[in-house]
Design a protein around this ligand. Structure first.
Ligand SMILES: [Cu+2]
Length: 127
C-alpha cells in the first residue's frame, strides 16, 4: 500500500496538469497585428477541446484597444474550424472586416470537462 502511494499521486498530478486546455499560442499574438482580413485568427490549446461546448466571440473595438466587450460590439457568430485533434481553432473574421482593434473572447471546455477562458486582443491593419 505504501509503495503504491507515490505512483498514485504522480498519476493524479499528471492528470491535472494534462487536463486543462490552456492557450499555448495564438496567431496573431495578444496585442499584435493581423495584416490580412481573410487570414483566420488561430488558437492552439494544450489539450483537445469540445467544439460543441466551446464559445468564440469576436468583438470590434474600433480605435480603442481597451474597450469593453459588449453585446453591441459583438460581431455575428461564425462557426470556427477545429482541427488537429481538436487542439487548433481557426476563427475567421467577416468579409470586409474594418481596420481597427478586435477582441476574440473565448471559453473552451476541455475533453476532461474543465473550462478555461481568455481574451485575445489584436489589430487588423489590412492593406
Ligand atoms: Cu482540466
Amino acid at each position: 500500500m505504501r509503495s503504491l502511494l507515490p505512483g498514485l499521486l504522480l498519476l493524479l498530478f499528471t492528470g491535472q496538469a494534462l487536463g486543462h486546455a490552456t492557450l499555448v499560442e495564438s496567431q496573431p499574438d495578444d496585442g499584435a497585428t493581423l495584416e490580412r482580413a481573410d487570414e483566420a485568427v488561430v488558437l492552439r490549446y494544450s489539450e483537445g477541446i469540445q467544439p460543441r461546448f466551446s464559445d468564440f466571440a469576436v468583438h470590434f473595438l474600433g480605435d480603442d484597444k481597451a474597450a469593453a466587450l459588449t453585446h453591441d460590439n459583438r460581431l455575428p457568430r461564425a462557426a470556427p474550424e477545429v482541427t488537429d485533434r481538436n487542439q487548433v481553432v481557426r476563427v475567421a473574421l467577416p468579409e470586409n472586416a474594418a481596420d481597427g482593434w478586435y477582441a476574440l473572447d473565448w471559453e473552451v471546455l476541455a475533453e476532461d470537462g474543465h473550462t478555461t477562458s481568455g481574451t485575445l486582443r489584436f489589430r487588423l491593419a489590412a492593406e
